[in-house]
Write a protein that binds this ligand. Sequence first.
Ligand code: UD1
Ligand code: PEP
Length: 430
Amino acid sequence: MDRIRIVGGNELAGTIPISGAKNAALPLMIASLLTDDTLTLENVPHLADVEQLIRILGNHGVDYSVNGRRESQQKGYSRTINFSARNIVDTTAPYELVSKMRASFWVIGPLLARMGEAKVSLPGGCAIGTRPVDLFLEGLQVLGAELDVDNGYVIAKTKNGRLVGNRYVFPKVSVGATHVLMMAAALAKGETVLENAAREPEIVNLAECLIAMGAKIHGAGTSTITIHGVEALSGARVRVIPDRIETGTYAMAVAMTGGDVMLDGARPDLLQTALDVLVETGAEITPTNEGIRVKRNGAGIAPVDVATAPFPAFPTDLQAQFMGLMTMAKGKSRITETIFENRFMHVQELARLGAHITLSGQTAIVDGVARLKGAPVMATDLRASVSLVIAGLAAEGETTVNRVYHLDRGFERLEEKLSGCGAVIERISG
Ligand SMILES: CC(=O)N[C@H]1[C@@H](OP(=O)(O)OP(=O)(O)OC[C@H]2O[C@@H](n3ccc(=O)[nH]c3=O)[C@H](O)[C@@H]2O)O[C@H](CO)[C@@H](O)[C@@H]1O
Ligand SMILES: C=C(OP(=O)(O)O)C(=O)O
């Protein structure tokens, strides 16, 4: 199993290119199931989750080509991929494929909308909470689906071959359920109104894609999304937005080590709350035509309290990285996780590097220390893993992060991007 070895202590300086967003690319790829035409996606990141979803879509009969070829020549770089779901040959998404990744469950929406049936295994994904799918099921039922859960599979059918538009008020904001119901409603008969919908930029990216495919959608990016179902959708060409979580992660790395880095291609509007928090910690953030410039020097890191919440608030996917940063703040900070009930797995690993963190329910109290010391640590989930990388970059001596397959799910060329800015970081294979 690969490991990442870091020798901490260097400031970061240079340019880091920001990749396409994993969490936008995945639903856009799934949207290809809605049409028998070709959906072309630009800026698709080269990540383990993307490769896994290609396999899952392939099982349904989706063909793909990368820049006109089956495989990319340039391993590890964002690519343009054409997806073609001309013939859907199988409406079952099996356990072996779906259990590896949460978002693969989302195929249930387009399969049901286009084919009138779907059998999808209950999902896996990062172990950060119980992550039920009740909202997906309730919402699809409101659109007229008949559902059964049997042997770990959701078996879904439409009554007369087509879903029927309706009003659904999410009892809780859910990114995944908003994606799924928006895709399902795009081909339903009549109008659907989704209230208390997620407002994340990835929802807006998916809505832009569906609209380019001929869907009639208003209000994506607000809490109320209205969808007038159409009979069929066509192909389109759509660009995946830059990854706001990757952007925030590298911004926090610079805030941690000090230095001066240009995050090339980053969009500040996708993570304004997190950038504002970084400014409070003492980092200098400058939006430019190319992206976002992040600098910190001198005065050290100021402690700041944060609580995660749905967009536009501070994202849960940056909570672990921010905790990494706060471990070396000049004082105490409180970090409250409100989205997932078990997203503090990084606490005990950060403690191995010398961090002082205590947990009180859903709040972590971080008492900043003057220095961290390198140690072997274990990656437990995607964002937790990268918080250990951030801490390792600032720790004295050597840190080894084990189980880096978590990192490969969501960070394209991490070692290359960081070493290009002066970090001592390498992957040790085997
Ligand atoms: C691939 C992808 O885009 N993943 C992101 C997506 O995950 P995901 O779409 O799984 O997250 P949700 O927004 O659905 O989850 C939010 C909360 O709602 C709960 N819930 C969700 C659905 C449901 O049917 N019932 C229910 O109770 C979840 O357990 C969680 O507590 O949004 C999360 C919140 O921003 C991010 O951390 C993930 O990185
Ligand atoms: C939690 C994440 O992914 P997933 O929803 O696929 O588990 C993530 O991207 O941080």
